[in-house]
Design a binder for this molecule. Structure first.
Ligand code: HEC
Length: 125
C-alpha cells in the first residue's frame, strides 16, 4: 500500500517526459551509454538502426517494445551487435513500460551534450 502511494506521488510530482526519461536512465543506460559503445551498442546507434527500419514513431515504438520484451536473434535487426556483445538479456518489463521507454528514445537526441559542468554555476570574478 505504501509503495502504491509512493508511486502515485512520484508520478504526480514528475511530468510525463521526466518519468519516461527516469525509467530509461535507470534501466537501459547501465548497458547502453548514450553515445559510446562499450558492453552494448550505444543508444545513438540502436536508435539509428531502428529509425532506418521503422521511420514512423508508432512502428518504432511497437517494434522496439516487442523486441525488448523478448530479445531473440531471429527478430534482431542488429545481428552484428549480437555477434559482438552477445544477445541482450530479457529484463522483465511490462510491455506498456517499454512503450514509454521506446517513445522516449524516439523523441530524444542522444547526440546533444547536456552541459552539466559544475564550473558553469561558479562565479569567476
Ligand atoms: C544487461 C545489459 C543490457 C541492458 C540493461 C539493456 N540492454 Fe539493450 N542490448 C544489450 C546488448 C548487449 C545488445 C546488443 C545485442 C543484441 O542486439 O541483442 C542490446 C541491444 C538492444 C537493442 C537492439 C535490438 C536488436 O534488433 O538487436 C535494443 C532496441 C535495445 N537493446 C533496447 C534496450 C532498452 C530499451 C533497454 C532498457 C529497457 C535495454 N536495451 C537494456 C544489453 C542491454
Amino acid at each position: 500500500m505504501k509503495t502504491i502511494i509512493f508511486i502515485l506521488l512520484l508520478i504526480s510530482a514528475l511530468n510525463a517526459t521526466d518519468m519516461r526519461g527516469l525509467i530509461f536512465n535507470g534501466n537501459c543506460t547501465t548497458c547502453h551509454f548514450e553515445t559510446k559503445t562499450v558492453s552494448a551498442p550505444s543508444m545513438k546507434i540502436v536508435k539509428e538502426n531502428y529509425l532506418r527500419a521503422f521511420p514512423i514513431k508508432k512502428d518504432f515504438v511497437e517494434n522496439m517494445s516487442k523486441w525488448v520484451v523478448k530479445p531473440k536473434k531471429e527478430t534482431s535487426i542488429m545481428l552484428d551487435s549480437i555477434d559482438k556483445h552477445g544477445l541482450m538479456p530479457e529484463l522483465g518489463f511490462e510491455f506498456s513500460t517499454l512503450q514509454e521507454i521506446s517513445s522516449y528514445i524516439y523523441d530524444t537526441d542522444f547526440t546533444i551534450k547536456k552541459n552539466l559542468s559544475p564550473k558553469k554555476s561558479l562565479s569567476t570574478q
